[in-house]
Structure formats: structure tokens, C-alpha cells
Design a protein around this ligand. Structure first.
Ligand code: HEC
Length: 194
């Protein structure tokens, strides 16, 4: 009997406390209530949308200076034109060391991203070509549509092609990051010799 009463009293107390918290928290809709660790609300740093007298235009969010690049971004300052392609072809060289590991990665990436059209051995006879897609020229025996033999394509020309695409071939810039492009290129150079 006594134990039953104790549980009832405890239960009522919990309900009363909970109701008090709920009701008191609804009282003033504009109040943030009791702030735990107020530093998280009233921090020292400026918010992007806050007024800021340190800048001439009085805004915190500033446009980055011209030429700003994100951390880790690799610049490739060659336009998507024939001239950009030719210039990249003479100036841009692979920064990757010729290692077995890079070659193996390149082979795998090529199989995934390029072989559907170019074929596993780079002869331009991939699976989609067998189903009617325009055939790319063979890396070892074909002629580039931009002049010269495919086997003579340089680092920079291939990098330009992967980055921007050419005619029926789309850009692979969003699928392959710069280091991966260089690995694929290492493998394409091997296919050029077949
Ligand atoms: C959807 C099919 C397709 C895929 C996938 C593809 N290519 Fe191509 N590629 C082509 C075609 C078609 C051409 C010929 C385009 C032209 O010159 O008109 C070509 C041309 C090229 C050339 C020659 C460019 C030049 O300078 O003449 C290179 C190098 C090349 N591809 C590399 C790659 C690499 C590396 C990959 C994988 C990252 C790849 N391609 C993926 C279809 C493809």
C-alpha cells in the first residue's frame, strides 16, 4: 500500500515538473529560453550575413579576389580550343612517377571509364561501339581528328582531351580527378605502343 503511494507521488511529481517545463517554455515565443553554452549562440566570429565595418561595403561575405582557387584545386589554364589543346600538348607534362602502382591504377581506371568506347586494348572497338556508337581511332594505328597520329599524342594533349572531351567524347573531368587522369594517361601511353 505504502509502496503504491510512493510510486503515485513520484509519478505526479514527474508530470508536474514536465508540465511546468513545457508550459514555461511556451510563454515567450521570441525568447531562446535558457541557453546552454551561450558561446555557441553569441560567438566572436562574424556571421556571413552580418554587418561588418571592417570592409568598405560594410558586408562580412566578401567576393574572393580574382584568381582565387580552392585549397587542393589543380589549375589547368588551357582553354577548350584547338590552340589550348596544342599549347597544353607542348607545355604540360605528367607530374606522376612511372611506378607499377600508378600503372596498375591507370589500367583499372581505363577499363572502367574508357574501354566501353576505346576497347580494352585501345583499338576503338569497345562494347558501345559494337552497338553502333561512333568508333574512336585506335591509339596505336589511328589518326587524330585534330591532326597527327594517335600514337604521337603527348601527355598534355591527352590531359586536355580527358578534361574537356572532343566531339563525340564527353569530358571526364567530373569522374576523374587530376591524379587519376595522369594515371589513365600512363596507361594510354602503353596502349599507343601496341
Ligand atoms: C563515349 C565513348 C568514349 C569514352 C567513354 C571515351 N572516349 Fe575517348 N574518344 C571517343 C571518340 C568517339 C573519340 C574521337 C573523337 C574525335 O576526334 O572526333 C575519342 C578520342 C580520344 C582521344 C584522342 C583525342 C585527340 O587528340 O584526337 C583520346 C586521347 C581519348 N579519346 C582518351 C580517352 C580516355 C583517356 C578516356 C577515359 C577517361 C576516354 N577517351 C573515354 C569516345 C570515347
Amino acid at each position: 500500500m505504502l509502496a503504491m503511494n510512493k510510486i503515485k507521488i513520484l509519478g505526479t511529481t514527474v508530470i508536474v515538473i514536465a508540465a511546468t517545463i513545457v508550459i514555461s517554455s511556451c510563454k515567450d515565443k521570441r525568447s531562446t529560453g535558457w541557453e546552454y553554452a551561450p558561446n555557441m549562440y553569441e560567438h566572436i566570429a562574424y556571421d556571413p550575413d552580418q554587418k561588418n565595418d571592417n570592409f568598405k561595403d560594410g558586408k562580412t561575405a566578401q567576393v574572393p579576389p580574382a584568381g582565387t582557387i580552392p585549397v587542393g584545386f589543380v589549375k589547368f589554364d588551357y582553354p577548350k580550343t584547338k590552340e589550348g589543346y596544342e599549347l597544353a600538348g607542348t607545355e604540360v607534362k605528367s607530374p606522376l612517377p612511372q611506378t607499377q602502382a600508378n600503372f596498375a591504377d591507370g589500367k583499372l581506371l581505363f577499363a572502367h571509364f574508357c574501354s566501353p568506347c576505346h576497347g580494352l586494348s585501345g583499338q576503338g572497338d569497345g562494347l558501345v561501339v559494337q552497338h553502333g556508337y561512333p568508333a574512336p581511332p585506335s591509339y596505336s594505328k589511328g589518326q587524330s581528328s585534330r591532326g597527327g597520329a594517335m600514337k604521337d599524342l603527348t601527355d598534355g594533349k591527352i590531359y586536355h582531351t580527358i578534361t574537356y572531351g572532343v566531339n563525340a567524347m564527353g569530358s571526364y573531368a567530373s569522374q576523374l580527378e587530376p591524379t587519376e587522369r595522369w594515371k589513365v594517361i600512363m596507361y594510354v601511353h602503353h596502349l599507343q605502343t601496341l
